[in-house]
Design a protein around this ligand. Structure first.
Ligand code: HEM
Length: 483
């Protein structure tokens, strides 16, 4: 009997092993046959280890400000378009301004936006704006653009932002402040459609925890994944409740784009996806909050390291401050007149590369520069490439806001992307950054505390949140404004 049992288990193990092997071999054959057919015309580059490809090398190459060592190393070896294997997918990486522009401007024709990894979908949901395409994308996007950059910005939103920021910055006085953490709550409040930020602190804490899901998307005991997942679940519950409140009460702040989604649902067009509004909201939070906070922090960092630029921006703001007197807030004309401030922001976005790359998938075999990008392959459009390229900018790794005086329209500079997917929050972000700078520079002086390295975990961030000691301007006789 025992013998039969042993024989039976042995056969079972054998059958199982050979099926797994057969599956693995056919998968390998399929992959390699596709590659073989296209090998001649694929861009150059290696594919690394089976399955994991070069993901570990990519993640371990410790990107820092103005540097993404993995991509720089590979483009030095293979040129400005090359292939590799990341996050379980074959990828094409482009670092070339013209190719990037071509890919981005062919959205929905040759390429389509997509999430780079499955983890992004877990965190943000199945249907963020990134995953919605063609007509529906345009409908939502138009409403969003209207919300974020309409004429309202010039009056209502502009004043609202100044009040919100002024209150928030009041709490920084004589404090040890982690600029990035504090700036995040400003970005968060703004993106949450201008609600009073104080009510948002719990929501923000949940959001911060849940976005950590991107760091280690491994559901194993002992990992932070379960805690993050729980926060994510609670965040979703709160957001869903909020959307329902908006719908039922029809508050004035009910954003048009949610109205559109709601109507689509009512018309039965979205029956299979009742989470669309929710996922979209998560996507907007993710897009808007992190980016703006990072940009604020980078500007403070670059100004702290460039006394000449700091003096000049102080002069620009001191002149406006003196002209208007203490109590008066900024007008749209003041905002438009800040030439040097605009250049400081531009240079910080060029050198800081808040969004270093975006992701697309090829909808068909596409030929670029004599190479084939096969249908279904993902493309990493490295926006940062031209920004740090010596042939596009002189001494590209130095902070030089004065360079922008001489540069007019510049197709190499696309910190907000290009084409149908370019950032609808661009105007809003620039406004937010300018108001922040005006209030911060005219109210305070600051001193950086120690060194703070940047890490990519799960997105580019300052390890310590860039700590500074903030002093009230009245006590800081070195500040130009009092002279
Ligand atoms: C300095 C700040 C910001 C930077 C550098 C930035 C950058 C970008 C970039 C590069 C894209 C293109 C993504 C792609 O092509 O796949 C994008 C898209 C987007 N951004 Fe921003 N962004 C900023 C601020 C904001 C703000 C404040 C908001 C909203 C409140 C926002 C909302 C969005 C949305 C919703 C998208 C997706 C657009 C679409 O898929 O049609 N962004 N952003």
């Amino acid at each position: 009997m025992l013998q039969y049992l042993t024989l039976y288990s042995l056969t079972a193990v054998l059958v199982l092993t050979s099926s797994v092997l057969a599956l693995l071999l056919s998968w390998l054959w399929l992959r390699h046959s596709t590659l073989f057919l296209k090998r001649k015309s694929l861009p150059p580059g290696g594919m690394g280890w089976p399955i994991i490809g070069q993901s570990l090398e990519f993640l371990a190459s410790r990107p820092s400000l103005a540097s993404q060592p993995f991509i720089e190393r590979h483009s030095a070896r293979y040129g400005d378009i090359f292939k590799c294997h990341l996050f379980g997918n074959p990828f094409i990486i482009s670092t070339n301004a013209k190719i990037n522009d071509y890919i981005l401007r062919n959205e929905d024709v040759l390429f389509q936006s997509c999430q780079p990894t499955r983890a992004h979908t877990w965190v943000l949901g199945e249907k963020t704006l990134t995953d919605i395409h063609t007509d529906m994308h345009m409908k939502i996007r138009d409403a969003l653009t209207d919300l974020l950059s309409s004429d309202k910005s010039k009056g209502e939103i502009f004043d609202l932002l100044q009040n919100m920021m002024s209150t928030k910055l009041g709490s920084w006085q004589d404090q040890f402040v982690h600029v990035q953490h504090e700036a995040t709550s400003l970005g968060f409040a703004y993106v949450w459609f201008f609600d009073a930020y104080l009510e948002l602190e719990d929501l923000q804490a949940l959001y911060n925890e849940s976005k950590n899901l991107l760091a280690f998307p491994l559901n194993i005991p002992g990992s932070g994944y379960r805690r993050h997942a729980e926060c994510h679940r609670r965040l979703i519950t709160v957001l869903r409740k909020r959307i329902d409140e908006w719908r039922t009460s029809k508050l004035e702040t009910y954003p048009d784009f949610l109205e559109i989604l709601w109507n689509e649902e009512q018309n039965g067009n979205l029956k299979d996806n009742s989470n669309l509004a929710l996922d979209c909201l998560m996507g907007i939070l993710f897009h808007g909050e992190e980016t703006t906070a990072m940009a604020m922090t980078l500007i403070i960092k670059f100004l702290s390291e460039s006394p000449r630029a700091l003096d000049q921006i102080k002069e620009e703001h001191a002149a406006i401050y003196k002209r208007k007197g203490k109590a008066k807030s900024l007008t749209w004309e003041d905002y438009e007149s800040m030439e040097f401030t605009k250049n400081v922001i531009k240079e910080s976005l060029r050198l800081g590369n808040v969004v270093p790359w975006v992701c697309r998938v090829a909808l068909q075999d596409v030929e670029i520069k004599g190479f084939i990008i096969p249908k279904g392959w993902k493309v990493l459009v490295f926006l940062m490439g031209p920004h740090i390229d010596g042939t596009c900018y002189h001494d590209p790794k130095s902070f030089n806001p004065w360079r922008w005086k001489a540069i007019g329209n510049d197709s190499n500079f696309i910190p907000y992307g290009a084409g149908l997917r370019c950032c609808p929050g661009e105007k809003a972000a620039n406004m937010l950054l300018t108001i922040f700078l005006h209030l911060f520079i005219t109210k305070y002086s600051w001193q950086v505390v120690g060194e703070d390295d940047m890490i990519c975990f799960p997105v580019m961030t300052f390890q310590e949140g860039f700590p500074v000691v903030v002093k009230d301007v009245k006590d800081a006789d070195e500040c130009l404004i009092l002279h």
